[in-house]
Design a protein. Structure first.
Length: 380
C-alpha cells in the first residue's frame, strides 16, 4: 500500500533527513550528548519565537503546553479574558474554567480588532488575556495580534498566546510584541513528528508563577527552570523526537532561512486558495483573517465536504480534514504546514479537480494548473 499523503493540519509529512533521526541509537537524558542536543534545540526555538525569554521543551502535545501555561499562572476566581472565535479558542476557555477561573469574552466567528480592544477596555480588573494566534478551525489568524497585545499590556494584563499551528508558518516576534507566554508544538509547521511542545516565559510571567501555587507535579515550570541550569529536563523526554526536531530546525534556520520558510507558506497558501477557487470552492474566512497554514474552504454547491474528503482518501490516499464543532460537515480544511513535496501538491489539487469534474462541474483547468505551477515553486 502506498504511503499516505498528509494535508491535515498536523501531523504533517516528514522529509527523509528528519525521519532517520528517530532511528538513532538512544542516549541517556542525563548525558553530555543530551545536554548538547537540548541546548541546541532551544537556541533554534528562540529564533523561531523571536525571543530571549526562557523556553522549555515538554514531552506533551500542544494541548499539554496550553495546560502547562494555565496551571502555572491561573488561580481560582482569577478574572481572565478569553475571546472565542474558533474551536481551539473555545478549548482554551474550557481549560481555564476547569481551574476555577472566571472567564469573560465574546463569541464571534470573525471578530474585528475593535472587538478585542473593547473587551480589554471594559474589564480593567482582569488579570490575564488568552489568545489563539491561529485557530485551525475555522482557519483564522489574528493578524492584529501585536495591536491586541499592546493594548492588553497597557492595562497590565499577562498575555498568553497559543501559536501551536502557526509557529514557523507566519511571523512571530514574542519580545517585540511583548507577549508574556507563547506556546508551540513540533507536529505542525516545523516538519517534525508529534510528541513535543514548547513554552516561552517572560520575566513578568515568572513573577506571577513564583507568587502563585502550581497545580501540577509534571507540569510545574519551576522544576523545568531548575533543571535547565544543567541543562536537562526534570522527567524523561521523548529523545528520538527531539533528535528529529533538532534536525528539522537546523534545516529551517540554517539551510533554508526562517524568512524564506515563512514566505514558502505564504506563497503556497496563495496558490492553493486560487487553484481551489477556480474549481468553485469558496473561502471560509475573510481575507484579513485568513490563515496561511490552514486552507479552509466551502465546497461547490451540491458537493459535500465528506464527498471530497472521502474521495481523496479512498482514491488517492490523500488526507485532508473536515470542520470541527459548529463547522463540522460544513467546510474542508487543508494543512499547508512544513514540508510539502511538489508531487504531493500536484496530486492534491488535481485529485480535488478530478472529483469536482466527476460531479459534472466545469473547471477552468488552465487556471488551476497555473496555480499549481506557482505553488510548486515553493515546495521542497
Amino acid at each position: 500500500m502506498e504511503d499516505p499523503i498528509l494535508f491535515t493540519p498536523g501531523p504533517v509529512e516528514l522529509p527523509y533527513e528528519v525521519l532517520v533521526q528517530m532511528a538513532k541509537p538512544m542516549i541517556s537524558h542525563r548525558s553530555i550528548e543530551f545536554r548538547r542536543l537540548l541546548k541546541n534545540s532551544i537556541e533554534y526555538l528562540k529564533k523561531l519565537f523571536g525571543t530571549e525569554n526562557q523556553i522549555f521543551i515538554l514531552t506533551a502535545s500542544g494541548t499539554g503546553a496550553v495546560e502547562t501555561a494555565l496551571v502555572n499562572l491561573v488561580d481560582k476566581d482569577m478574572k481572565i479574558l478569553v475571546p472565542v472565535y474558533g474551536e481551539f479558542s473555545r478549548r482554551f476557555k474550557e481549560a481555564a474554567m476547569l481551574l476555577g477561573a472566571k472567564t469573560i469574552g465574546f463569541v464571534k466567528d470573525f471578530p474585528v480588532l475593535e472587538d478585542f480592544i473593547e473587551l480589554i477596555e471594559e474589564h480593567e480588573d482582569a488579570e490575564m488575556l488568552l489568545l489563539v494566534y491561529n485557530d485551525t478551525c475555522p482557519g483564522l489568524t489574528l493578524k492584529w495580534l501585536p495591536e491586541i497585545v499592546k493594548k492588553a499590556k497597557s492595562q497590565g494584563l499577562i498575555t498568553i498566546v497559543d501559536a501551536i499551528s502557526i509557529l514557523g508558518g507566519d511571523v512571530l516576534y514574542t519580545d517585540k510584541w511583548g507577549v508574556d507566554v507563547v506556546i508551540g508544538a513540533s507536529q505542525k509547521c516545523l516538519m517534525s513528528p508529534p510528541g513535543l511542545s514548547f513554552i516561552s516565559i517572560s520575566d513578568e510571567a515568572w513573577s506571577r508563577i513564583e507568587q502563585g501555587s502550581v497545580k501540577s507535579y509534571y507540569l510545574d515550570l519551576r522544576k523545568y527552570r531548575k533543571f535547565m541550569e544543567r541543562p536537562e529536563t526534570p522527567f524523561t523526554p521523548a529523545v528520538s523526537v527531539l533528535f528529529a526536531l533538532n534536525k528539522a530546525l537546523e534545516i529551517i534556520i540554517d539551510d533554508i532561512g526562517l524568512d524564506s520558510w515563512i514566505e514558502m507558506h505564504k506563497e503556497r497558501a496563495s496558490a492553493m486558495y486560487s487553484g481551489l477557487e477556480y474549481m468553485g470552492f469558496k473561502r471560509v474566512v475573510p481575507q484579513d483573517l485568513q490563515s496561511n497554514t490552514v486552507i479552509s474552504i466551502y465546497p461547490p454547491e451540491g458537493i459535500t465536504p465528506e464527498g471530497i474528503i472521502e474521495g481523496l482518501r479512498n482514491k488517492f490516499r490523500i488526507f485532508v480534514s473536515g470542520g470541527m464543532g459548529k463547522w463540522k460537515s460544513r467546510i474542508i480544511r487543508i494543512g499547508n504546514m512544513g514540508y510539502i513535496k511538489p508531487a504531493n501538491l500536484v496530486a492534491l489539487i488535481l485529485g480535488i479537480c478530478s472529483l469536482v469534474i466527476r460531479e459534472g462541474r466545469e473547471v477552468d483547468i488552465k487556471s488551476v494548473l497555473e496555480s499549481v505551477v506557482r505553488g510548486v515553486e515553493f515546495c521542497l
